[in-house]
Design a protein around this ligand. Structure first.
Ligand code: HEM
Length: 515
């Protein structure tokens, strides 16, 4: 029997002994707490193959090395080919990251269990400085209200009345610019040019501002936006205190980032102020952000400058980069595949070429955009191989299990990769890696949006999908009728950049010729 001084009626003997052992023994307490944490973590780990990594730093060193060499996407595809459709990565100071290319899992996360998967702090913290509380970074009620207002903007009427005119005008300017380059025989960075085209387009459609970057490419805004995106990408890899430390001292991947973020902040606040000033007047054009503002005012609210600043930057990210990248990768693929280019030119000549009286329209019409199935297939195929958002992710709120049986503990991030899915021969056939637009024309019905998740899917599907197709098709149909592109450097030098979206790390230097 235990002596009365040791055991009480409430505490069992073992507990009392343990307490006495631990009292005043801080290192032992810390070691036991760490062991308990590791054991809990081990018990709740995802039951899928782990990508081999360093015992202490996990997969961070390899990912950093591969991202610096712009080969990180190939690394993900390699591990999927080696270990299967669902694998897990480990970064120090973060939870497990499950990486899946299984369409059933993607559907589960994006639709079936939508309520259990959020962007969460995993997504929000690295992106907060760039996107604030805008639609990309928001969850719950905040996301819901922005989504509701934004969905009303893409009406058929607005497309015909305003959006189409902006797209056509800017496609024409871009085409004339390229014709000038063809005259001079210079080499041009087509990636940069496409970014200027989409920046001017979203500036006008998104917030009624004439940015004019097609006329004047010197705007520091372009460089700052790229830099801010790249810094934000690296923040996903480091534990939060580490990138915050680098940010504070302006070192490592955060070198110069404060100036770039500040420039973006100043610029977007300026746009917000201009929009607010116009909102009461009748001269406000029907821009996306302008409509948000009018919506709020009609409900008796006055949105803050910060709210409008977030909207401006979110629409810029949504509308500029994604579309410019898709256009540039399409040009890259076409320049490397003359057979596909020839088929496309045949369609453009037939549908848009000289009419019976010999006249050629300078720019295609809105209605003609619907009559170009091969061009549509070319764009789909380019986006399949080079999806603008190559990897996307959500974090589990509560414990969950994916359809393939992988356990997902609360707080675990599940990422899925349209880039890797496109290269999976089990999903797309033995020619998965080939640029073959015909596969889209051979399909009896379009693929599920969880297999082809380039525009996201489910309740958070891309709102600008229709605008993006129209912009890409109008731009390509306009310029390709007049211009042909050849890549001016070895093809291997054109690599996807390590960023939130799939840029081109060395740009796309091309020589251009009149057709
Ligand atoms: C080729 C072009 C485009 C692609 C591949 C694309 C792809 C995507 C993807 C993958 C997402 C989900 C991102 C996430 O998880 O946060 C998304 C969201 C979104 N996209 Fe696009 N996008 C494109 C063009 C556009 C354009 C031109 C706009 C117009 C402004 C736009 C507006 C949006 C918006 C507002 C969202 C947020 C939806 C939400 O969270 O509810 N996108 N897009």
């Amino acid at each position: 029997m235990a002596p009365a001084s040791l055991a009480t009626s409430k505490s069992p003997l073992a507990l009392v002994l343990l307490r006495r052992l631990l009292r005043g023994n801080a290192p032992l307490v810390a070691a036991l707490a760490l062991l308990a944490h590791l054991f809990r973590r081990w018990r709740r780990r995802p039951c899928c193959p782990a990508v081999p990594g360093n015992w202490l730093l996990g997969n961070l060193p390899e990912l950093l090395r591969r991202a610096t060499a712009n080969t990180h996407l190939e690394m993900y595809a390699h591990y999927h080919a080696l270990l299967g459709r669902t694998v897990k990565f480990h970064y120090p100071g973060k939870n497990w990251v499950i990486d899946t290319t299984c369409p059933r899992n993607v559907e589960h996360v994006l639709k079936g269990h939508f309520e259990n998967f959020e962007k969460g702090s995993w997504f929000r913290e690295p992106l907060n400085e760039l996107l604030g509380e805008g639609i990309f970074n928001a969850d719950g009620a905040l996301w819901h209200s922005q989504r509701k207002t934004a969905s009303r903007m893409f009406t058929a009427q607005l497309f015909k009345d305003q959006i189409w005119h902006v797209v056509r005008k800017n496609s024409g300017t871009l085409c004339r610019l390229l014709e000038g380059v063809a005259d001079s025989g210079e080499t041009v960075d087509v990636f940069r040019l496409m970014n200027r085209f989409t920046l001017d387009t979203i500036g006008e459609i998104g917030f009624g501002t004439d940015i004019g970057s097609l006329d004047d490419p010197s705007s520091p805004f372009l460089a700052s936006f790229d830099h801010a995106q790249q810094a934000s990408f690296y923040r996903f890899l480091f534990p939060n205190p580490v990138w915050r430390f680098m940010r504070f001292f302006g070192i490592g991947t955060e070198r110069g980032s404060s100036e770039h973020f500040k420039l973006l902040d100043d610029y977007s606040r300026e746009v917000a102020r201009e929009l607010s000033a116009k909102a009461d007047g009748s001269d406000a054009s029907p821009s996306f952000v302008g409509l948000f503002l009018q919506d709020a005012i009609s409900k008796g609210q006055q949105p803050t400058e910060k709210f409008l600043r977030d909207l401006v930057l979110n629409f810029l990210l949504a509308g500029r980069d994604t579309t410019a990248q898709a256009l540039s990768w399409t040009v890259f693929l076409l320049a490397g595949n003359r057979r596909v280019e020839k088929c496309l030119m045949e369609e453009l000549d037939t549908e848009l070429g000289p009419s019976s009286d010999g006249s050629v329209a300078d720019e295609p019409s809105y209605e003609q955009m619907a009559q170009l199935p091969y061009l549509h297939a070319v764009v789909n195929e380019a986006l399949r191989l080079y999806p603008s958002v190559p990897i996307d992710s959500k974090a589990a709120i509560n414990d969950d299990t994916l359809p393939d049986g992988t356990f997902v503990a609360a707080g675990t991030v599940v990422q899925y990769s349209p880039y890797c899915m496109a290269r999976d021969v089990g999903l797309w056939g033995s020619d998965a890696e080939e640029f073959r637009p015909e596969r889209w024309l051979e399909m009896k019905e379009p693929p599920s949006s969880y297999l082809y998740a380039v525009f996201n899917a489910g309740p958070r599907e891309c709102l600008g999908k229709r605008l993006a197709y129209m912009e890409m098709k109008a731009c390509l149909a306009t310029i390709l009728q007049k211009i042909s592109f050849s890549i001016a450097v070895p093809r291997e030098q054109i690599r996807p950049s390590a960023s939130l979206t799939i840029g081109m790390s060395n740009g796309l230097p091309c020589t251009v010729k009149h057709r």
